[in-house]
Design a protein around this ligand. Structure first.
Ligand code: UD1
Ligand code: CA
Length: 482
């Protein structure tokens, strides 16, 4: 996908990304292009498209919250990967491009103009645009035929079908308002042409702005204009939060559809899958599953309803029962987890491990075939192979100042309701009796038992009853005392 090659290898390519606007309709303290879709800030989509087509230079025109936007992009794509130009006042797209061309003063090649708020644009579409511009030598532009063209610039063609100009909605005549072909606002043109053309445009129009669209008429009279059709969905900009989540959903469906060629999604419209996730053949994904970051799902794995995985590796044939949450964890082959397990960062479950309901793990490794099936906390723990961790086992790993380690060696058996006070080691095949508080290392093969002797008082129930002659005990208590 991220191939940087393109047909005309010798023609240098630069991308201008316009994103100086504030995004007023988001009603947010955060700039519009910093809002995320599938965990990725909106502006980064444009940069990724620029990289997809192998841009040699990427220039962003920023205005509102310039430093915040620049920071996010430089952090994501590396320092120096993007040149930032400030547009203090938003005087129009033509003005923005004129400023954006400044660092490209000596650049001689094709310039592609993109927007920071059009995340649905596909790499393939952009490839076609670049190829068209480079083959024809014309200005190439994306156009679309839409049901409601209100607000868009209209593409005006002559009798032969050649594009003559683009007229903005507010400057268009009644007849032009009926034109259904609209300007997507995305172009590829020679830098030299853009420099000359943007120097010639004026702000004498209904909005008093420098319209970039005025360059279309200039191109028609000189280098010519070629158009590439784009689906309306792809060119739609994100202006408010409703459009943001609709666009996110569309992006998500594209990703899921790709995985559906080889994995089963029981409810494809009801999952959230980020672009960085990988899924191997014959995996099965349930309803309301969330897969984030560098999560990998192995072949034949089953991820049941409501599972949320972040940067988590799921081994081949592993089975995650409903409502497990895992982050920065690795789950071994044929392991079985949940329902309701919480695997926190640094969890490594070996092959065939079982981790059951209400079990929490953190910085913990469980060796092959070990089990912790019920109500347990394992933190900073190394568990060997074939260990049984009984219900209600708790590692006391924190003394208020530092985290300390527990080691449970191969074949050990930890009885229910045990506290392991770290640092502590339970030796190979050792047995810890139920209810123990383990503060010292347990020798291999030994039994560790810490129990207060249980005393029994005969006739106690009758003695208590005599103290309350008027009353009968509550029903529930008579039932449960057995
Ligand atoms: C523009 C086109 C219109 C096209 C439409 C497609 C012009 C004059 N019109 O209109 O023909 O149908 O896109 O969506 O170009 N920006 C700046 N600095 C500015 C102005 C805008 O960086 O001074 C950025 C905005 O942040 C935005 C993009 O450019 O990302 C588009 O600007 P916008 O004002 O939304 O253009 P439209 O009026 O939608
Ligand atoms: Ca717009």
């Amino acid at each position: 996908m991220k191939s940087r090659q393109r047909k005309s290898k010798h023609e240098p390519l630069a991308c201008l990304i316009l994103a100086a606007g504030k995004g007023t309709r988001m009603n947010s303290v955060k700039n519009k292009v910093l809002h995320t879709l599938l965990g990725v800030p909106m502006a980064a989509y444009a940069v990724e498209r620029a990289r997809d087509i192998g841009a040699d230079a990427i220039v962003t025109v920023l205005g509102h919250q310039k430093d915040e936007v620049a920071d996010v992009l430089q952090t994501r794509f590396g320092p120096g990967s993007i040149t930032v130009v400030e547009q203090k006042e938003q005087k129009g797209t033509g003005h923005a491009v004129r400023l954006g061309l400044k660092p490209l003063a000596r650049f001689d090649g094709l310039v592609v103009i993109l927007y920071g708020d059009v995340p649905l644009l596909r790499a393939e579409t952009l490839h076609t645009l670049v190829e068209t511009a480079s083959k024809t030598g014309c200005l190439a532009m994306l156009t679309s035929v839409v049901r409601d063209p209100t607000g868009y610039g209209r593409v005006v063609r002559d009798d032969e079908g050649k594009i003559r100009e683009v007229v903005e909605h507010r400057d268009a005549t009644h007849a032009q308002h009926r034109i259904a072909e609209v300007n997507a606002g995305i172009y590829a043109a020679p830098a030299e042409f853009l420099r000359k053309a943007t120097a010639r445009i004026s702000a004498r129009n209904a909005q008093g702005e420098y319209y970039l669209t005025d360059i279309i008429a200039l191109a028609a009279e000189s280098i010519g204009v070629a158009s590439v059709h784009v689906a309306a969905e792809e060119m739609s900009g994100v202006n408010d939060r409703a459009q943001l989540v609709i666009a996110e959903k569309i992006l998500c469906m594209r990703i899921v559809r790709r995985h559906m060629s080889h994995a089963t999604f029981r409810a494809p419209k009801q999952v959230y899958v980020e672009a960085t996730v990988t899924i191997e053949p014959d995996a099965e994904i349930g309803r309301n599953v969330v897969l984030r970051g560098r999560t990998h799902v192995g072949a034949f794995a089953r991820i049941e309803d409501g599972v949320i995985l972040t940067n988590t590796q799921v081994g081949k044939g592993a089975h995650l029962l409903p409502y497990c949450v895992a982050s920065d964890a690795a789950i071994g082959e044929y392991a079985k987890v949940g329902p309701f397990a919480h695997l926190r960062p640094g969890t490594e479950l070996g092959p065939e491990v079982h981790v059951g309901n209400f079990v929490e793990t953190k910085k913990t490794r469980l060796g092959r075939g070990s089990k912790a099936n019920h109500l347990t906390y394992l933190g900073d723990t190394i568990v060997g192979e074939k260990v049984n961790v009984g219900a209600g086992t708790i590692t006391c790993n924190y003394n208020g100042y530092e985290k300390r380690q527990t080691i449970i060696e191969d074949g050990a058996f930890i009885g229910s309701d045990t506290q392991l006070v770290a640092p502590v080691r339970v030796g190979k095949r050792a047995v810890v009796a139920a209810g123990a508080t383990i503060v010292d290392d347990v020798r291999p093969g030994a039994l560790a038992i810490s129990r207060i002797p249980c005393k029994q008082v005969d006739g106690y129930a009758d003695r208590v009853a005599q103290r309350y002659p008027q009353k009968t005990p509550a029903k529930s208590s008579t039932k449960s005392s057995g």
